[in-house]
Ligand binder design. Structure first.
Ligand SMILES: [Cu+2]
Length: 102
């Protein structure tokens, strides 16, 4: 076995253990403001027409966000202006962790 191979194995193991951390462990929370355009209870998603969100480099757009807690679905209805927090998971999902009508 070459020396390079012997070093590469433990490094690979380390990288794998880091990526195995829970999604919420290292994620930054982003804050958005917008208007609710749909609440999909079955899919556990809320559609929001949101303004620009600098912390994640987004322009304003309309998009669906899954929620981490189904009770959040009852907090808002279509037409509400809302403040919301979300995280970006490692598999690039944008999950609402808190939402409140203004
Ligand atoms: Cu968006």
């Amino acid at each position: 076995m070459k020396l390079k191979t012997m070093i590469a194995v433990p490094i690979t193991a380390l990288v794998l253990s880091i990526t195995a951390l829970p999604a919420s462990a290292t994620n930054q929370t982003h804050h958005g403001v917008g208007t609710v355009t749909a609440v999909d209870s079955k899919a556990k998603k809320i559609e929001i027409k949101h303004g620009p969100i600098k912390s994640i480099g987004w322009m304003g757009m309309k998009m669906f966000f899954p929620v981490d807690d189904v009770e959040l679905l009852d907090e808002v209805e279509v037409g509400d202006k809302v403040d919301f927090d979300f995280i970006e998971t490692r598999d690039k999902r944008y999950v609402i962790t808190d939402i409140e009508a203004q």
